[in-house]
Design a protein around this ligand. Structure first.
Ligand SMILES: CC(C)(COP(=O)(O)OP(=O)(O)OC[C@H]1O[C@@H](n2cnc3c(N)ncnc32)[C@H](O)[C@@H]1OP(=O)(O)O)[C@@H](O)C(=O)NCCC(=O)NCCS
Length: 187
C-alpha cells in the first residue's frame, strides 16, 4: 500500500512552513509586488505590465512567505487592505503563487489576517470585489455577495465579510502555517 497526497503528487517540493504577516522589509515588499505582477499581469492579463494603483499609497500590504530551514525564502501570497471611508475597509490583490495553491490554506489565511486586522483597526464593514470563479471560495469563508459587477472587463461580485467570524486582532502578528494536505490511500 502506498500513501499519496491528494492533488500534490506531482509537485517536486512541498514546503512544510509558511509565515503570514505584514510586508515590512524592502525584500518582503519587492516580493509582494513581484507576485502581484506575476499573477495579475502575466497569468491573468488583468493589467498589462504593472498592477500598482493609487490604493497602494494607503494600503497595508500583507504577505505569505514560504520558509526554507525556518527562514522566509520566497513570497508566495499577497493581499492588501485599505480604508476608503471611515469604518469601511476593503481587501484587494489577493494572490497565491500557482505552485502553492490549494496546498496549505494560504489564500484562506491571507483573507483571515486581512479581515481580522481591519476589524482590529475599527472596521464596521469589510468589502472586496471578487472574481466570479472565486465567489464560492469566499462564500465558504463566511462572505456574502452584494451583487454582480464588471471590473476590468471581467465578471466580479461585490462581497462582504461576516465580521463576527473574524475576531479583531492587532498588527504585530506573524502566523505560522503548516500545510496538512489530505491523504488518500491507493492500492
Ligand atoms: C483564489 C486563490 C487566492 C485561492 O488561494 P489558495 O491558497 O489556493 O486557497 P486555499 O488553499 O486557502 O483554499 C481553501 C479551500 O478553498 C478551496 N478553493 C480554493 N480556490 C477555490 C475556488 N476558486 N473556488 C472554490 N473553492 C476554492 C480549496 O480547495 C480549499 O478547500 P479545502 O479546505 O476543502 O481543502 C488562488 O487560487 C489565486 O491566487 N488565484 C489567482 C488570483 C486570483 O484569482 N485572486 C483572487 C481575485 S478575487
Amino acid at each position: 500500500m502506498t500513501m499519496m497526497v491528494e492533488g500534490v503528487d506531482d509537485r517536486p517540493f512541498i514546503p512544510t512552513e509558511y509565515v503570514i504577516r505584514f510586508a515590512r522589509t524592502p525584500w518582503e515588499r519587492a516580493g509582494y509586488h513581484a507576485l502581484r505582477r506575476e499573477v495579475f499581469c502575466a497569468e491573468q492579463h488583468v493589467f498589462a505590465d504593472d498592477d500598482r494603483d493609487a490604493v497602494d499609497q494607503a494600503a497595508i500590504p500583507i504577505i505569505a512567505a514560504c520558509c526554507m530551514a525556518g527562514m522566509p525564502d520566497r513570497i508566495v501570497g499577497t493581499v492588501r487592505i485599505h480604508e476608503p471611508e471611515p469604518g469601511v475597509w476593503c481587501g484587494s490583490r489577493l494572490a497565491v503563487h500557482a505552485d502553492h495553491r490549494k496546498l496549505g490554506r494560504i489564500g484562506a489565511e491571507l483573507i483571515r489576517m486581512a479581515v481580522s486586522t481591519a476589524h482590529g483597526l475599527g472596521a464596521a464593514r469589510f468589502l472586496a470585489q471578487v472574481q466570479e470563479q472565486n465567489v464560492l471560495f469566499f462564500r465558504r469563508l463566511h462572505w456574502k455577495s452584494l451583487g454582480k459587477i464588471v471590473l476590468h472587463g471581467l465578471p466580479h461580485h461585490e462581497m462582504e465579510a461576516d465580521l463576527s467570524r473574524y475576531p479583531a486582532h492587532g498588527q504585530e502578528q506573524t502566523w505560522l502555517l503548516r500545510p496538512q494536505p489530505r491523504e488518500r490511500q491507493v492500492a
